[in-house]
Ligand binder design. Structure first.
Ligand code: SF4
Length: 324
């Protein structure tokens, strides 16, 4: 919502000064699907607003539901489509937002990467994904783990985070950003020194394997990545969460395990999330070594947990979001 244009419009229509604040509160409450629903405004004003503004920058065209997850396909003003997911963890509901239409990074295990890249999402298109779910759910957490690499949309990411904190009143500790490892932005993020959680798609602690899985590793090596993350933990004193999808005959050998143990144990603030791979069409095969990894990681006293993604049955789990 372009509030500066709205403000001008309200002045031109002789509305009192508090009207802008009233509409802002309505908008960020997520309770209204359109201006027509805002019955605390006069009918005349509601009609004029509907003629001149769109309340949200995203429109739903498909919602798929499984037991604990809902996935929505949203259409943007230019016809582009993105996906966003609501995960129900019982006492809290988490929204997984997209930051780009498609993704330029092309990780081999990821459905979004196979779409290619179309464009960055605007601040409104990021925030409106949360408002979309807020209409019917009590959203308490937000994760940037949907389509796209959030750190490659830095200029819109920062104001979107600010809006989520101040307008949607979701605290920094309840927001997580996952990056494939854009080293320069990790340093910038460290310098911001926020309490927002940082997750890294690691998937291998072996340079050659990581390059095969994640082409970005050719640009930002593991050594550089580790250096930037040591800087992050030193600056913020906060944990870094590493995601490791276990793929058969790709990153599940004893050598991969040894390198992983060494990498995670190299910094006491590193924490590993081991994730069973979610199959995608033409993608990697899930590994059968999960129990072996679990046993060995425990024996080596590595800080880790196994994170089973919700929503596999509707293709809304990690790495499965795609718009054909
Ligand atoms: S895993 Fe993330 S960074 Fe890699 S292609 Fe998919 S969306 Fe992009």
């Amino acid at each position: 919502m372009d509030f500066s244009k709205l403000s001008e419009f309200l002045v031109q229509n002789n509305q009192p000064a508090f009207r802008l604040r009233q509409i802002k509160l309505n908008y960020y409450s997520g309770r209204y699907s359109s201006f027509s629903d805002m019955t605390d405004l006069s009918l005349d004003l509601r009609q004029k607003l509907a003629e001149n503004f769109s309340l949200y920058s995203v429109k739903s065209n498909l919602i798929l539901e499984s037991e604990s997850t809902k996935k929505a396909r949203l259409v943007l003003a230019d016809g582009s489509q993105i996906e966003t997911v609501l995960m129900d963890y019982g006492q809290w509901q988490t929204v997984c937002v997209s930051s780009q239409v498609g993704c330029p990074l092309g990780c081999t295990f990821c459905a979004t990467g196979k779409m290619g890249f179309k464009r960055n999402l605007t601040v409104d298109e990021i925030v409106d994904q949360i408002l979309f779910w807020k209409h019917d759910h009590k959203v308490s957490r937000v994760v940037f783990m949907g389509m796209g690499e959030p750190f490659l949309n830095w200029d819109n990411l920062l104001p979107a985070l600010e809006s989520i904190k101040t307008n949607l009143v979701i605290g920094s500790r309840k927001i997580s950003i996952s990056t494939a490892g854009v080293v320069t932005r990790i340093i910038d993020f460290a310098n911001l020194n926020t309490e927002i959680n940082l997750a890294i798609s690691l998937h291998s602690a072996d340079q050659a394997t990581r390059e095969n899985m994640m082409p970005i590793a050719k640009q930002h090596s593991l050594t550089e990545l580790k250096k930037s993350l040591d800087y992050y933990t030193k600056t913020t004193n906060r944990q870094v969460f590493f995601e490791y999808l276990l793929a058969k005959d790709v990153n599940d050998s004893p050598k991969h395990l040894d390198l992983l143990i060494k990498f995670i144990k190299s910094n006491k603030l590193f924490y590993l999330n081991l994730i069973p791979l979610n199959p995608i069409k033409g993608g990697l095969t899930p590994s059968d070594k999960l129990s072996f990894f679990e046993r060995e990681l425990s024996a080596a006293f590595v800080n880790f947990s196994v994170r089973h993604s919700l929503g596999q049955s509707i293709d809304s789990a990690c790495g499965q979001l795609i718009v054909d």
